[in-house]
Structure formats: structure tokens, C-alpha cells
Design a protein around this ligand. Structure first.
Ligand code: SF4
Length: 261
């Protein structure tokens, strides 16, 4: 039996952005030669690993800010930085964000009576759901369980400074995570929260059952379109994202052959 195709929020987002990029990223074996490490990705990976370490070890009650800074040094992903100076700037930023995160978490802990505190249910877990012709997967950063039984999906955004409930409500990945978690825990209330690590701002939203049903159907139709698509004969079309796309050299070659600039 051939394995069922897998679709994640990242894959779907890339498909919606540019089908040619989707082909080079996930289907073209030569595509990986063009992928470049980027400081912002490495930085995000480090921040996620540090916060995972913090919450797995028992939170701010158990881990001091100094220990967390040490964990950051150990978990540091060095790929993609253009110079030692650039890397150092990013390390300083990471240290500042970690200090702020720790202080805010400590404050929140003091303000919340013990009986109202959530407990960590899972971290960096890949959730799956059979959607017929494909499997939907999504990796959640963290899920907390509140005393009233509500499950809160928490997604860290390393570069964001602000976020609104409307943005969380309309975010493709957050909708996928809610669908996947609700599939695992159908009787629980599920809430999604994005934390903007640059400022500590956060916002939450929750899809209603009717919205979840509609979203599930939309994802099913879109996923079926993606997995049945013939990607071999796509023609690249210029979009604003081309300027920062790793596959620009491949597409430029085609445009040059077609006599475009
Ligand atoms: S360069 Fe532009 S057209 Fe080509 S894959 Fe990237 S985004 Fe798509």
C-alpha cells in the first residue's frame, strides 16, 4: 500500500502562496539544493527549544532566568548567520526576550491562585487526522489544560510584536491545530492562543463547532486538490514573494528562456 500523502499547515500555506514553490519544496528531489538556512528560522528554532525546555522542566518556579540563558546557549542553532557579529546580535536579542518571557511568566504565576493554574498537557507534539485521501498533520508548540477542562493551544511567534483575536481566528495553522486537537478531545473546549515573543502580547480565539465543520470541509477540498495536482508542468508566475524565494534562480532560468527579463 502506498503511504497516504501528508499535508501540514506549512505545506498548505506554501501551496496557496505559490504552487511552483510547493513543487520545489516538497516534490522536486533537486529542490533541496536551493534551500538556504536563514537566521530568522534558526532564531525561531532556538527560541522554541528554550521555551520547551522551560515548560518541560516545570516552568519558572523550577528554572531560573540564568539557567534558561544557559539553555539558550546550549540549544543555539548557528546555521544561516552571515557573520559572527550578526550571530552575536541575535544572541543578545534572544537573551533579552528570554529574560522578558521569564519575568512575565513569573508575574502571571503570582497573580494566578494555584487552583486556577493550567497544567502542561503536551509540547512539540505532532497531531494527525485521517482526511480520506490525505493525512492532515500539525505540530503544536504547547497545549495547556485548564482546571475547567479547556485545552489551550499555545503558539509562539518569535518575530511578532502584536496579535489580535481576529488574526488568531483567521490563522490557517491555528485553525488546523484546533481541528486536530478537537479530533483527539471531542468533548473539550479548545482555544487557540498566539504569543508574540517580541513583546509578550497574546491573543486567543476559538472556532465554533459550525466553523470547525466548515473549515474541515474546506481543508478536505483543498487537500484533495493538492494531492491530485500534476505539478510537473506548472509555469512560474512572478509574485512579490519571488524576491525572497530560494527557488528564484530556477524560475529566472525559465523566464529567461521565455525571453522575459
Ligand atoms: S521564485 Fe516566485 S514563482 Fe518561483 S517558486 Fe519562488 S515564489 Fe514561486
Amino acid at each position: 500500500m502506498p503511504r497516504k500523502p501528508v499535508l501540514s499547515p506549512s505545506r498548505i500555506r506554501i501551496y496557496l502562496l505559490c504552487e511552483v514553490k510547493y513543487y520545489h519544496t516538497y516534490l522536486n528531489p533537486r529542490g533541496r539544493f536551493y534551500l538556504r538556512a536563514k537566521p530568522e528560522y534558526s532564531f525561531g528554532t532556538t527560541m522554541h527549544a528554550v521555551l520547551q525546555h522551560l515548560h518541560a522542566a516545570g516552568g519558572v518556579e523550577a528554572v531560573s532566568v540564568e539557567q534558561l540563558q544557559q539553555a539558550m546557549q546550549q540549544q543555539w542553532v548557528a546555521a544561516g548567520y552571515q557573520s559572527p557579529q550578526e550571530e552575536q546580535r541575535y544572541q543578545q536579542m534572544a537573551a533579552a526576550l528570554i529574560e522578558q518571557y521569564h519575568a512575565r511568566a513569573q508575574e502571571a504565576l503570582q497573580e494566578t491562585p494555584p487552583e486556577q493554574r493550567p497544567r502542561l498537557l503536551m509540547q512539540e507534539r505532532t497531531l494527525r487526522m485521517d482526511m480520506g485521501r490525505f493525512t492532515l498533520v500539525g505540530r503544536v508548540d504547547r497545549v495547556d489544560e485548564h482546571p475547567d477542562g479547556t485545552l489551550e493551544i499555545i503558539d509562539y511567534k518569535s518575530w511578532r510584536t502584536e496579535v489580535t483575536p481576529e488574526e488568531v481566528h483567521d490563522d490557517l495553522a491555528m485553525c488546523c491545530y484546533q481541528l486536530l486537537l478537537k479530533h483527539l478531545y471531542p468533548d473539550r473546549r479548545v482555544v487557540a492562543t498566539i504569543v508574540a515573543l517580541q513583546t509578550g502580547a497574546s491573543a486567543s480565539a476559538s472556532l465554533t463547532d459550525a466553523e470547525l465543520r466548515e473549515f474541515r470541509e474546506d481543508i478536505r477540498l483543498l487537500g484533495e486538490e493538492i494531492v491530485s495536482r500534476d505539478f510537473e508542468y506548472l509555469e512560474p508566475k512572478r509574485i512579490p514573494h519571488c524576491d525572497v524565494c530560494d527557488f528564484l534562480p530556477l524560475c529566472q532560468r525559465i523566464w529567461q528562456q521565455q525571453g522575459e527579463s
